[in-house]
Design a protein around this ligand. Structure first.
Ligand code: RAM
Length: 548
């Protein structure tokens, strides 16, 4: 308690100095109480001891995900009861994805230990991570995200614990320096797995087709693993709170674990760590002290704060929190106003120089139309939150702006011949453009159906690269009254991952290219990723579509 208070004090002092150096703080009077509320709502982690289920071999397999699959090789006793000096390498399967602290013991079999032994341990979420050489490393993110460790055991018997948290299903142990004078075996491998998800989601209806039961199960696993002391994006990488991921995790949580304090904590944390000018940062760290990651401003993410808050209010009725954080939601509107032109169009070129406009991990995606659409969506959502709080008068300009922007979108982006939306600066037809026009309610329902269907028959369409955009695609299908298509797409996209062995859903999944990586090296992708957990939300929110 004392250390938490000291930390809070230190951090508050840090914020004050930062702001004195950089000018006025828009939330000067609220920041410290927001940070305190974030701390008060920090969940306790539950720890469960998990043991491996057996030994596996990872073999090349054309049908397997990324060309590999794990095949059972024998029970753990085969490892525990024999000399590791003979074996030298094993791969152990824990039978499920876990996040936590890993340890193993080494016991003497013959003579006393007279020299150290050295091991290399590699932890993997999916089989290919265990057998793909990491070096020479050409990935775009730190090499240290890859979970390989060198461990030196000085004397035996001993128990060794890896000093940081890991995220894995498989562990490979290799003996890389063999002591000549004695023999030993490995024993007692375990993981103290952590999560803050403790509630039990409701059972699905017994009529639920098996594929949706399986998808729901894997979605819940994914969300549970990401629920730590914040909603993390991925427990392997980046292990931090991102606004876009928070929105989707909170949605899924609303229909499953219903642990609203975690959502509350994350909203307060992001508000407390916003820029002095009131703009939200897209991602923040909890340690060593809560602070934002520098220069991460995502235009589309910044509006998801308000949508998450609105959903939180509707779920919990916690008006106090919603009123407390309303100024943050209102302030984000200025990011949109900066690009809004008199005729209802947006200055995309300028915005794309000043912001990271995300929507998807997809090279070559042209974002002009989606940018316009997400802005209308943000205005609409903000206005609805204002209505819930009886604060419409504070954003009275929004309904007229929404009408104007919808008109402009129809005029400039809609092609009545093809029934599709495309940009002015680039005529690319993408899923992202149709989705965000639909979520911004630009087309009528009939037009929306036509656009979504046309995506399937048009050539050179830019398809989604990550489950993040796929989520909004499903949302758009349901909103447009295409329930059957939504059902088929969830079963195919997420079902495919299960058929390829997923026990948690992945950060990136392009069925045409299993090696796709935004970071130039597929093993560094996260294979338990927050933003792909949302099928549980769809399955549970729409039982008439998915549970019958
Ligand atoms: C990835 C993160 C996170 C996402 C950002 C934009 O690097 O893992 O999920 O929100 O990209």
């Amino acid at each position: 308690m004392k250390t938490t208070l000291t930390k809070l004090f230190l951090y508050y002092t840090f914020i004050c100095c930062f702001i004195t150096a950089y000018g006025q703080d828009f939330y000067a009077t609220q920041r410290s109480s927001w940070l305190q509320k974030a701390e008060q709502n920090k969940p306790r982690l539950t720890v469960t001891e998990k043991k491996p289920t057996g030994l596996v071999n990872i073999i090349e397999d054309k049908e397997g995900f990324q060309g590999y699959k794990a095949v059972q090789e024998g029970p753990m006793e085969v490892l525990y009861n024999s000399s590791f000096k003979d074996k030298k390498t094993v791969i152990v399967d824990f039978g499920e994805h876990m996040t936590g602290s890993f340890s193993f013991s080494t016991d003497l079999l013959k003579a006393d230990s007279d020299a150290p032994a050295r091991f290399k341990l590699t932890f993997g979420e999916v089989p290919a991570e265990l057998v793909t050489p990491f070096d020479p490393y050409k990935g775009g993110l730190s090499r240290a995200w890859l979970q390989d460790e060198t461990v030196t055991v000085m004397t035996m018997p001993a128990t060794t614990t890896i000093p940081h948290r890991l995220s894995f299903r498989y562990v490979k142990i290799e003996l890389i320096a063999t002591p000549p004078g004695y023999d030993f075996c490995i024993s007692d491998m375990k993981c103290n797995a952590v999560t803050s998800a403790v509630n039990h989601p409701e059972e699905l209806l017994s009529t639920t087709p098996q594929i949706f039961k399986d998808i729901d199960h894997v979605s819940l696993n994914t969300l549970k693993e990401c629920m730590q002391t914040v909603y993390e994006d991925g427990p392997k990488r980046d292990q931090r709170l991102w606004l876009g991921d928070l929105y989707l995790e909170a949605l899924a949580n609303n229909y499953s674990f219903k642990q609203y304090n975690l959502t509350k904590r994350c909203l307060y944390l992001l508000a407390a760590l916003s820029e002095p000018n009131g703009k939200l940062n897209a991602t923040v760290f909890e340690a060593p002290v809560p602070k934002p990651q520098a220069k991460q401003h995502l235009y589309d993410y910044s509006f998801l704060f308000g949508v998450t808050l609105k959903d939180y209010l509707l779920e919990t009725g916690d008006r106090e929190t919603a009123e407390d954080l309303w100024p943050v939601v209102k302030k984000q509107l200025e990011s949109a106003y900066a690009y809004l032109q008199d005729d209802g169009t947006m200055n995309y070129e300028q915005a794309s120089r000043e912001w990271w406009i995300f929507f998807d991990w997809k090279d070559g995606l042209h974002r002009e139309v989606a940018f316009h659409g997400v802005t209308i969506f943000a205005f609409k959502e903000t206005y609805e939150l204002a209505q819930l709080l009886n604060k419409e008068n504070e954003v009275a300009q929004l309904p007229a702006l929404i009408r104007k922007m919808k008109k402009a979108a129809r005029k400039h982006f809609y092609n009545p011949k093809t029934g599709l939306f495309a940009g002015l600066l680039n005529d690319q037809v993408s899923y992202a453009s149709q989705i965000w026009m639909i979520l911004g309610e630009v087309p009528t329902q009939k037009e929306a159906q036509r656009a979504l269907r046309a995506l399937k028959t048009t050539e050179n369409v830019c398809i989604p690269g990550a489950p993040y955009l796929f989520h909004y695609y499903i949302e758009a299908l349901i909103k447009s009254g295409l329930a059957e298509d939504a059902k088929k797409e969830v079963a195919t996209y997420w079902g495919d991952m299960i058929h390829k062995g997923a026990d948690t859903f992945w950060e990136v999944y392009d069925p045409q290219n299993e090696y796709l990586s935004p970071y130039n090296f597929f093993p560094i992708n996260s294979y338990c990723h927050a933003w792909s957990c949302t099928p549980t939300y769809f399955i549970r929110k729409y039982p008439e579509i998915f549970q019958k």
